[in-house]
Write a protein that binds this ligand. Sequence first.
Ligand SMILES: Cc1cc2nc3c(=O)[nH]c(=O)nc-3n(C[C@H](O)[C@H](O)[C@H](O)COP(=O)(O)O)c2cc1C
Ligand SMILES: Nc1ncnc2c1ncn2[C@@H]1O[C@H](COP(=O)(O)OP(=O)(O)OP(=O)(O)O)[C@@H](O)[C@H]1O
Length: 284
Amino acid sequence: MEIDKAINECDDRRLKTKYNNAIYVIKRALALYPVQEVALSFNGGKDSTVLLHLLRAGCFLHKAEENNSGGDAADGGKTFPIRTIYFESPSAFPEINSFTYEAASIYNIQMDIIRLDFKSGLEALLKANPIRAIFLGVRIGDPTAVGQEQFSPSSPGWPPFMRMNPILDWSYRDVWAFLLVCKVQYCSLYDQGYTSIGSIHDTVPNALLCTRNSDSNEEKFKPAYLLADGRLERAGRAKKNSSAVCGKLSSISNGLKMENLNSGSMLTASIITVGDEIFSGLAL
Ligand SMILES: Cc1cc2nc3c(=O)[nH]c(=O)nc-3n(C[C@H](O)[C@H](O)[C@H](O)COP(=O)(O)O)c2cc1C
Ligand SMILES: Nc1ncnc2c1ncn2[C@@H]1O[C@H](COP(=O)(O)OP(=O)(O)OP(=O)(O)O)[C@@H](O)[C@H]1O
């Protein structure tokens, strides 16, 4: 199985540990729930893409252990056995839609396209299918991760199912290390400077990846995997309450509250003085 092989052959020890822990969670989930009772919530984003490949590897390894065949699962892990759901929205980027559909075709994924809001869509899904647990690509740091663990029952008021978050403890760097080491395809927007993708109305490339051509002054963006500080991955996402004006954003949040940046740290500033400008009042 190419994902498992790529990780085993790489020399990134941290990535190996993250991978092994996520595979452990997936294998326990598959031991708890029959495969017909689990689903993957996939939206073509980077975290979803990581999860998809972890599940491909996890299903393969689980099946191999069940068969006690030393890794020789019948179809080499080519058919993806988990029902997959995609909440398609008219405000999704076309690149996200096309990548999602492409992934479904490449990996033989049975994908249910749901054109309802999350809650109503899940209610309909659970009514029509025996789904009891859903894999999500939620990570600590996502606003929706607050209070969640690797296995978290859905919230009160939501239909009852188990949310399973195998990459909850993965960092931005872990996500990119995995995608690059495994050499898997990801949505093209990430190569255009998008580091976290919401809707077309609230997402722009991450300004921290912006470069300017010194001759033409043309603005370009480096790929997402070059973002040095993963805490700023949501810098291209608008705040929930910021308003869009004529399709443009009136304000963009960097996704970090100032108190997050400052908590527990001492702020320092340096001033270099040459001569006696400060003392003579000329410094400003
Ligand atoms: C499969 C699935 C299960 C979810 N379960 C819950 C839930 O139990 N409780 C809840 O408050 N939100 C739930 N949500 C909603 C998400 O927490 C979140 O609001 C949604 O992903 C939108 O995030 P965004 O605003 O960053 O796009 C669920 C979403 C999905 C796709
Ligand atoms: N429209 C959707 N359809 C299906 N699942 C979704 C949808 N939106 C969110 N999810 C689930 O929630 C998870 C977290 O979403 P989030 O937007 O944080 O991550 P991502 O889209 O994978 O990556 P990125 O942060 O780069 O956009 C997804 O990995 C997926 O499991």
